[in-house]
Design a protein around this ligand. Structure first.
Ligand code: 4AD
Ligand code: MG
Length: 464
């Protein structure tokens, strides 16, 4: 007897097979004719498989007739053609083993639809719902496409550290990692905190980005990418910010900004192409139940090119848009979410890459343009989500980089190894970071970033 997933057993090719299926009951319905229908789900696909359990089964009265939503079972039986709507197959059970009951008076996931807020309180049970099953299958496909794309393109997968001493983005949003008692740290004779007694003998943090370490390896091995968790201690309670999120960061030697934009565009098209090809059933669900524009947006990614505009032109377009924005638009100010969405959704109606931002609002490592005012930065703005990718060509000139660090009050001694890359065989290079969760939001239409990661970490929330 073969062990089949629900996904496999739903294929017409499974008809006639003796199979063992294992999963969780979604519903039980008793027919007058002395048998019961069980809807069984095992997470391998959105749909359930219908199991027919006959009254002749030895535990029919004692167990099967007590099955409710959430109970776990093993079913053995034959896969048969089904006359039912929306299903090619069903299973005639010869044996039903009940592993665990789920008291219907206390099991939270009853048949009615629950709000996303409510489901967040049940982060341990929400994967059993249709929505979260679909999100996690799509998330898995996105991760797989990320690796496939870079591996096929000759990029080397690099693991960069989670614990680091340097603040890549310079935004001061790092979580401290320490073994010292914060209330009573050891002090030197001068009264300063004595880090020689700390685990890492210096102030250490959770990484905000693997980029700087990625540059080290790109300037030796050519093309690399990191893919791991990153952390931001920013106190923003929005639908697109997490304190812990996953970032993919390619970095390539001998790439300029044009190469970087081309790479980002090819990369996003590849992910969307794969999701469209492999997640059809889940996408239909998102289209019908979550966001009825999701397929349209995905289609536009695959078909057309992305729009590209300089920051300066984008500001001019926002100024002459006639829109009343909450945040003022002026050259030198960072784009706010509302501005990003206007550009991507209303002005261009497709993803837009904004490049060459003012130096004053960007980190120290971005390459300065000849005008001295702007840097070779690029952000990809996606309809529905806003900024999905941030990246740049990096400053490869030692003197310019040192000047930028001084302007931003960074201590060159902390970055001696990073500066060495410019001292010895420096090359033009570029890279970017894609926020995995924002990408999953984009392809599913899920409104809140807390609902596209298994266990969201946001201010005040780390229970599970
Ligand atoms: O724009 P960011 O901050 O860029 C960097 O960290 C660069 N070092 C990347 C690089 O060039 N290698 O972040 C990159 C992306 C954003 O565009 C966004 O998609 C995502 O990471 N991101 C977040 N996602 C969820 N929650 C947050 N708090 C995020 N902050 C950034
Ligand atoms: Mg950014």
């Amino acid at each position: 007897m073969d062990r089949l997933s629900v996904r496999q057993a739903r294929q017409e090719s499974a008809i006639g097979q003796q199979a063992r299926l294992q999963g969780w009951v979604r519903t039980r319905r008793d027919s007058k004719g002395g048998f019961s229908f069980l809807e069984l789900n095992d997470g391998t696909c959105l749909a359930n498989i219908q199991v027919i359990a006959d009254a002749a089964l030895e535990n029919y009265e004692s167990e099967i007739k007590h099955l409710t939503a959430g109970c776990s079972v093993t079913v053995e039986g034959q896969v048969k053609a089904s006359g039912g709507k929306g299903q090619a197959t069903e299973v005639q059970a010869a044996r039903v083993v009940v592993h665990g009951l789920a008291d219907p008076d206390s099991y939270p996931l009853q048949k009615k639809r629950h709000s996303m807020e409510k489901l967040r309180e049940w982060a341990h049970l929400r994967p059993r719902t249709n929505t979260f099953g679909a999100v996690m299958r799509v998330r898995n496909q996105v991760c797989r496409s990320i690796h496939d794309f870079f591996q096929e393109d000759g990029f080397l997968y690099l693991n960069t550290p989670i614990i680091t001493a340097s603040d890549c983005e310079g935004a001061g949003e790092m979580f401290r990692v320490t073994t010292l008692d914060p209330a009573n740290p050891p002090r030197t004779d001068q009264g300063e905190v004595d880090y020689t007694q700390d685990f890492f003998d210096r102030p250490s943090y959770l990484t905000v980005s693997g980029q700087l370490e990625g540059e080290v390896y790109a300037t030796a091995l050519g093309k690399v990418y990191t893919f791991g968790p990153t952390f931001r201690a920013e106190n923003s309670n929005t639908s697109r910010h997490l304190a812990e999120f996953w970032m993919v960061e390619p970095e390539a030697a001998f790439f300029d900004l044009e190469d970087n934009m081309d790479l980002a565009e090819r990369f996003l098209k590849r992910i969307v192409t794969d999701v469209l090809a492999n997640c059809e059933e889940d996408l239909d669900f998102f289209q019908q139940r979550i966001d009825n524009e999701v397929r349209d947006r995905l289609g536009k990614i695959v078909e057309g090119g992305f729009a590209r505009t300089t920051y300066t032109d984008a500001i001019a377009a926002l100024e002459s848009s006639g829109e009343s924005f909450e945040f003022p638009v002026s050259w030198g100010a960072d784009l706010q979410a509302e501005h990003e969405r206007y550009l991507a959704e209303k002005l261009h109606g497709r993803p837009v890459i904004v490049h060459d931002y003012p130096a004053s609002i960007k980190p120290f490592y971005m390459r300065v343009n000849d005008d001295g005012k702007t840097v070779r930065a690029m952000d990809v703005l996606a309809p529905g989500v806003g900024e999905i990718i941030g990246g740049s060509q990096r400053e490869e000139r030692l003197d310019v980089l040192e000047r930028r660090m001084a302007e931003q009050d960074l201590n060159p001694d902390d970055y001696w190894w990073y500066l060495d890359l410019r001292r010895y065989g420096t090359v033009p290079h570029a890279g970017f970071g894609l926020g995995l969760e924002r990408m999953v939001q984009f392809v599913t239409g899920m409104a809140n970033i807390r609902d596209v990661i298994p266990f969201p970490r946001t201010p005040g929330n780390a229970e599970f």
